[in-house]
Design a protein around this ligand. Structure first.
Ligand SMILES: [Zn+2]
Ligand SMILES: [Zn+2]
Length: 222
């Protein structure tokens, strides 16, 4: 134990016990997905591939999520997002079973861009921290700055499904089309809820000529 751990002991994000960011008991409660879903109709789908009947030209081609969005993951993500505990991202990711279908291993991992002002206020982008750690563990190519936000979007918290969709529509654009054309992308976000943000990222990437775009999230509700 170093001096800093002594003065500010690590506490479990799940139950508050002292000693680690996540105690073994809470780690045991993290639940991986058995079945993935189609990002368009949200019904079960093999590997999370978008059903042929659901697929359109600009839709996401699939969705992969690692764990259920429930305690202690909810609490862990909250801490990561608002408490600025930077090395917690590595800690959390190493306690999650990371599996990805083989065909996605050659895809380039990018993140949903955070608006600059919010990033500055928080000091760091927790989504990027998570994505970087995941890319290292899974040996994926990681690229930052592929997408950018066009305008500041209001926080998604507390908005209805309709309002959420409206909030992020046309919110993203591709920074350099040459870096996107004919390429395959995994767009990472921490949680899949309505899917509006990732769908809009997919929309922008596809319009810029991306070949295939999948959503990748650490957690998903239900
Ligand atoms: Zn705990
Ligand atoms: Zn479907």
């Amino acid at each position: 134990m170093n001096l800093l751990d002594f003065i500010f002991p690590r506490t479990c994000a799940g139950c508050g016990s002292i000693g680690a960011y996540l105690c073994s008991n809470c780690i045991g409660k993290i639940e991986s997905f058995g079945t993935q879903i189609c990002p368009v109709c949200t019904k079960p789908s093999i590997f999370g591939v978008t059903h042929p009947r659901c697929s359109t030209k600009l839709s996401l081609d699939g969705l992969h999520s690692f764990v259920y969005y429930k305690a202690p993951v909810t609490k862990a993500l909250y801490r990561l997002k608002y408490k600025f505990v930077k090395d917690f991202a590595t800690d959390l990711v190493s306690n999650i079973k990371l599996t990805l279908p083989n065909f996605l291993e050659s895809y380039t991992l990018i993140t949903v861009p955070l608006h600059k002002r919010r990033e500055n206020w928080r000091g760091f982008d927790h989504t990027e921290e998570l994505a970087r750690t995941i890319s290292e563990k899974l040996n994926l190519i990681y690229e930052s700055g592929v997408l950018k936000r066009k305008k500041p979007t209001k926080s998604q918290v507390g908005l209805s499904k309709m309002a959420r969709a409206e909030n992020v529509r046309y919110a993203f654009e591709v920074f350099d089309k040459n870096k996107v054309f004919d390429k395959n992308f995994l767009v990472f976000d921490d949680v899949w809820t309505s899917g509006a943000t990732l769908k809009n990222c997919g929309y922008s990437l596809k319009r810029a000529g991306a070949k295939s775009v999948w959503g990748l999230t650490l957690a998903r509700s239900r």
